[in-house]
Design a binder for this molecule. Structure first.
Ligand code: NAD
Length: 487
């Protein structure tokens, strides 16, 4: 039996083990976790779960479900608020571990993304507690709709912004009364382990929250195939979603899939061009490893050249550097394999006759890829049609609003879109015409958590956010009482 282990990452102690039934569980088998900030050194050897660990974690979640779902909603909400307080108290530690683990800018981790984790728990604690069961009279009866906690939920998350994304999915599952087994991505497993510690400190009953570390095709597949699991909430790539969907279908289990994007950023001639160029340049931050990013720039032909020059100046002002340094504006890419993937997209674009307007090279001595702009030879170019998930934007021009809509809707994805226009009428028309789960006008990333979140087409199945996530994690039951039923 391997010994339970903690390592120090940036001065912060992190367990490398699973958390099952409230106990740390060590593993003989491990996988190596390295930092994109310093690839030559191993950050941690992390527990590598297998099918037996998955079974053990689901068994613990079945046990944990009985106690957690049986608590009054107010008690569950209090525990989640304690968890939110603990996240806030450890904000800087979590932010540093996250930056070292997967490379995102420390500034945005510290000031935005980790804090969102606490907000996620508080928001769902409030929402679950405030829920009023719908009730109405009909044909001599009273109908009431109740939410029943569904059972153990498996949550599987990707490597980008892992803490924020894990909390976004774990919070509604727990708030709905489900127990959780979280499987974070193998390229960024560490912040989930800090979350696991905090669930224990917050007093969640054993088994209400479980953490399993490991490789997706091994332990992730075993978790999603387990028939005791009653919900699967997944964020990641369409390729993995197909496997998870097949496992969910085999057990008739509802699943949500928040997948990739290829969002358009549409710039009309009537907009504040400087603001639009600021927004386009900001899409390079975190090296474009953001599902919601507006990576296809669609620009009104009237202002195309002015826009390109405004964007060029802003791109040149970007600083590629160490993500811990607040002067850095472009983070390294998470992993050498992903850097090679990004590079492959640009090289194939070059060979296919697309024009590399700027960038198109990796930096020597780090995992940075230069912010890149590609003018495709055709809308069918691979670089337009497939998600790169790197600091690579494409630019195309349009002459009419109808053409902008046609280009915007021309990929198989439909996660997000950004529109820049100063016309309220145009904003309304574009909002109606663009096929995406979310359309921002003259802004980006601002979103109230009550709003539905998810994508169309290859960008996903189902909606999370607000009551959508609480409904997903519940089995709805209709109670019908004859009105003469004794009180
Ligand atoms: P991925 O699909 O490779 O992996 C995601 C998770 O699935 C990981 O934890 C992985 O271990 C696990 N996994 C892999 N194979 C599995 C299997 N057979 N069974 C069960 N689990 C398995 O995705 P990634 O490369 O980590 O993440 C990047 C992708 O995520 C991009 O496409 C990005 O757009 C998308 N993403 C979407 C959103 C959103 O909200 N829509 C948010 C962030 C990222």
């Amino acid at each position: 039996m391997a010994e339970s282990a903690r390592v120090t990452v940036g001065g912060v102690e992190v367990s490398v083990d699973h958390l099952i039934g409230g106990e740390r569980v060590a593993s003989e088998r491990t996988f190596e976790c390295r930092s994109p900030l310093d690839w030559d050194h191993t950050l941690a050897d992390v527990a590598r779960g297998d099918a037996s660990v998955a079974q053990r974690a689901v068994a613990a979640a079945v046990q944990g479900f009985h106690e957690w779902s049986g608590l009054p909603v107010g008690e569950r909400a209090s525990a989640l608020r304690r968890l939110a307080d603990l996240i806030e108290a450890r904000n800087d530690d979590i932010a540093l571990v996250e930056t070292l683990d997967m490379g995102f800018l420390h500034r945005s981790m510290r000031e935005r993304l980790v804090a969102r984790g606490a907000v996620n728990f508080r928001f769902y604690a409030d929402m679950a507690e405030a829920h009023a069961e719908p009730r109405w009279p009909a044909r001599g009866t009273t109908h009431t709709v109740q939410r029943m906690p569904a059972g153990p939920a498996v949550v599987i998350t990707p490597w980008n912004a892992p803490f924020m994304l894990a909390t976004w999915k774990v919070a509604p599952a727990l708030a709905a009364g489900n127990s959780v087994v979280l499987k974070p991505a193998e390229w960024s497993p560490l912040s989930a382990s800090l979350l696991a510690d905090l669930t224990v400190e917050a007093g969640l009953p054993p088994g209400a929250f479980n953490l399993v570390q490991g490789i997706g095709a091994e332990v992730g597949a075993a978790l999603t195939a387990d028939p005791r699991v009653r919900r699967i909430s997944f964020t990641g790539s369409p390729e993995t979603a197909r496997h998870i969907g097949a496992a969910a279908a085999a057990n008739i289990v509802p699943f949500t899939a928040e997948l990739g994007g290829k969002g358009p950023l549409i710039v009309f001639a009537d907009c504040d061009l400087e603001a639009a160029a600021d927004q386009a340049a900001a899409q390079y931050e975190d090296s474009g490893q953001v599902c919601l990013a507006g990576t296809r720039l669609l620009v009104d032909a009237w202002v195309h050249d002015d826009f390109v020059e405004a964007l060029r100046a802003r791109t040149e002002a970007h600083v590629l550097g160490d993500s811990r340094d607040d002067a850095t504006t472009i983070a390294p890419i998470v992993h050498p394999d992903h850097l090679a993937r990004v590079e492959g997209f640009v090289e194939r674009a070059r060979s296919a006759g697309d024009t590399i307007v700027w960038g198109g090279r990796r930096r020597s001595g780090s995992l940075h890829y230069e912010p890149t702009l590609v003018q495709p030879a055709s809308n069918d170019s691979e670089i337009v049609q497939r998600e790169v998930f790197g600091p690579v934007l494409t630019i195309q021009s349009f002459s009419t609003e109808a053409e902008a809509v046609e280009l915007a809707n021309s990929t198989r994805y439909g996660l997000s879109a950004i529109v820049y226009t100063n016309s309220a009428e145009r904003a309304e028309r574009m909002g109606a015409a663009v096929r995406a789960g979310i359309v921002w006008t003259n802004t980006f990333l601002v979103r109230d958590l009550a709003a539905p979140f998810g994508g169309c087409g290859l960008s996903g199945i189902g909606r999370e956010g607000g009551n959508h996530a609480l409904d997903f994690h519940s089995d709805l039951k209709t109670l019908i009482h004859a009105n003469n039923t004794a009180a």
